[in-house]
Design a protein around this ligand. Structure first.
Ligand code: TXA
Ligand code: MG
Length: 348
């Protein structure tokens, strides 16, 4: 196997749960086989999906799932998405009704996650769904993810491969940047490099446990797409106050770079960098990156997280973002930007 990059950046935690080095390997057949073996052994593996990179573990292994939470410093009340290679495997884990089946047939494999009643007999770790009686399932479209899931032969719990509250990774190097510096606790044993993610924004999370579907997180499948199948979709009220929110990805501050983020910017403030949208940008910014100069929302979504990372540098005073239209993928983009701009609690 050709190992393109071996990084020995982490001190050996000597806990038995972490590894002293994280390998980034091109996602060829042999690498996928190795990653599948690691998953079956209970280790964590980062892999590409068409939305963002995930950090995966065997969803039926309590220890592996606990390691995912620890690696991300993720609050235990925030449940994980379980990834499977197809609808048949998904039906083993969750109770599908007609609506769910129609949605799965239309949008899977793809950027749609369905929250459904869990089948306890399926053996998915309770920790993965944070003790809820529901489970979030998704069939990703990325060929590396699909081959990995088939080779692993078991459901894989995989949140985005970033430390909790931070910007999701859309390239293998982003995953390394998230975990290489961590010297304590578990980390992915391997990062499968499948290139940049084509969609670049997370899956749409749709709760189908009640009579009217609830859009818990806008994502790669748009509201307009869902309307092809569903006559009504509700948006939950904003989560406020203490306690475990219904879908904790909806915490106000999330997807946050270190720099402050300012939305709907039309003019420069001193020292700011700009994320621009459309053919022209206002002058006076220290640096400008175009999410999409031709005003294309799919292109903007694919660039969003990588560009936020590129501008997140201490030489700037903040990241300003031009207005993005609130239609199609713009809803998911604006959702992430609003959370990136929200005041950050001390412990993200
Ligand atoms: O595109 C994606 O969905 C990526 C790739 C790797 O598949 N995964 C991802 O996972 O974004 P994560 O953990 O970063 O976000 C999962 C979201 C969270 O907002 C979580 O609260 C919600 O899904 N979720 C998971 N299980 C749930 C459940 N049983 N009920 C309600 N929300 C759930
Ligand atoms: Mg995430």
């Amino acid at each position: 196997m050709s190992i393109r990059n071996r990084v020995a950046a982490r001190a050996d935690p000597a806990t038995g749960t972490g590894s002293a080095a994280i390998d980034i390997v091109p996602s060829g057949k042999e690498a996928i086989r190795r990653a599948a073996d690691l998953l079956r052994e209970g280790a964590l593996v980062a892999f590409p999906t068409e939305t963002v990179y995930g950090i995966g573990g065997d969803a039926t292994n309590d220890r592996a799932v606990a390691d995912i939470f620890a690696a991300k410093s993720r609050p235990r009340f925030n449940p994980l998405i379980v990834h499977v290679p197809g609808l048949a495997e998904a039906e083993d884990l969750a109770a599908f009704d007609d609506r769910a089946r129609r949605l799965a047939r239309r949008f899977w494999p793809g950027a749609l996650t369905l929250v459904l009643p869990r089948r306890p007999a399926a053996g998915v770790s309770l920790l993965a769904s944070a003790g809820l009686d529901t489970v979030a399932v998704r069939v990703p479209a990325h060929p590396v993810a699909r081959n990995l899931l088939r080779a692993a032969g078991r459901p894989v719990a995989a949140p985005s491969a970033n430390r909790s509250g931070r910007v999701s990774p859309t390239m293998a190097a982003h995953v390394l940047a998230e975990f290489a510096a961590a010297t304590d606790g578990p980390a992915p044993a391997l990062i499968l490099d499948g290139g940049p993610c084509s969609i670049g924004i997370e899956s749409t999370v749709l709760d189908l446990t009640g009579p009217i579907p609830v859009l818990l997180r806008p994502g790669g499948v748009t509201r307009e797409d869902l309307a092809e199948i569903l006559s009504a979709v509700e948006t939950p009220p904003a989560d406020v106050g203490a306690g475990a929110p219904r879908s904790p990805g909806r915490l106000p501050s999330h997807y946050a770079p270190d720099l402050p983020v300012r939305l709907d910017a039309t003019e420069a403030r001193p020292g700011e960098a700009l994320l621009a949208f459309g053919p022209e940008a206002p002058s006076g910014f220290a640096e400008i990156l175009f999410l999409s100069q031709r005003g294309d929302l799919a292109e903007a979504a694919a660039n969003l997280f990588a560009m936020l990372r590129r501008l997140d540098r201490p030489e700037f005073s903040g990241i300003a973002v031009m207005p993005i239209p609130e239609r199609g993928l713009g809803q998911a983009i604006n959702d992430r930007l609003r959370r990136a701009a929200a005041p950050q609690p001390d412990n993200r």
